[in-house]
Ligand binder design. Sequence first.
Ligand code: CP
Ligand code: NVA
Length: 307
Amino acid sequence: MMKKDLLCINDLSPSEIEAIFKLAEELKAKRQAGIYETPLQGKTLAIIFNKPSTRSRISFEVGMYQLGGQAIFLNSRDIQLGRGESLADTARVLSRYVEGLLIRTFHQAEVEELAKEAAIPVINGLTDLLHPCQILSDMFTLKEKRGSLAGLKIAYIGDGNNMANSWMWGAAKTGLELALGTPPDYAPDADILSAATHEAEKNGGRIELFSDIYQAVRDADAIYTDVWASMGQEEETKQRLSDFAGYQVDQQLLRSAAQQVLIMHCLPAHRGEEITAEVLDGPHSIIFDQVENRLHINKAILMHYLG
Ligand code: CP
Ligand code: NVA
């Protein structure tokens, strides 16, 4: 059987996404009942991270452990990759020892190369372009809160970054309506916009771009935001703080959305920049439910790809 990789939400069909959600729901219920089964006993996940992480690293490591397997965290500085050994050789070597690879890095092309050369499943743990595991978890959280995704309107406000790009694929696969409110110079990836819009037509989804955030959030069921300067863009922080003025999710913006609007953020957050503390910590926020669901969804992803 051909191995499968999770490099982008587009690697999954709508029915595979449903299957992952169902598995996550079961795993969540079992954990709440104190039941731990060990379907990944004897299996190892290697985690190569070239950027920092709190949630992704911990939820994948703990998830692997709870499923009876183990995870090895490999900082690129500690393995020969950091001294110039190629990604291709690293992929071939790891394929002889472990059953799956999780990678977080800068360029999507690196993840693609690793997947091409590895004989085992490769999971994208975030690149500059995409963050598929986060979006799967966020769509699962929304579905849990609202019963179904089709027909819901999500307004993504802020930088057209890896989260915005991943939301476009998410909407394309699940029939969500996605309104992106970004400064024109920080629009999401144009190629993904066009491919995801095409895919959305098949599945009943819709993707629209706005520069007026009040228009973007009109009647939205959920407002999602993310940092203005992502990992690797630290030097642009000052410029971005000024370019994103007026793109903050605050209490006033919430009033244009649906009355029961849900507030979402992948974290880490910068209170007072992309979102006010009042909104992040307020009654509409489901941000820490999103955090918890990373564990359940990542376990479902591990079972789907390594099981
Ligand atoms: N949301 C997310 O991926 O967080 P980390 O960077 O802490 O993994
Ligand atoms: N856009 C953020 C997401 C962090 C989970 C970043 O890439 O830093």
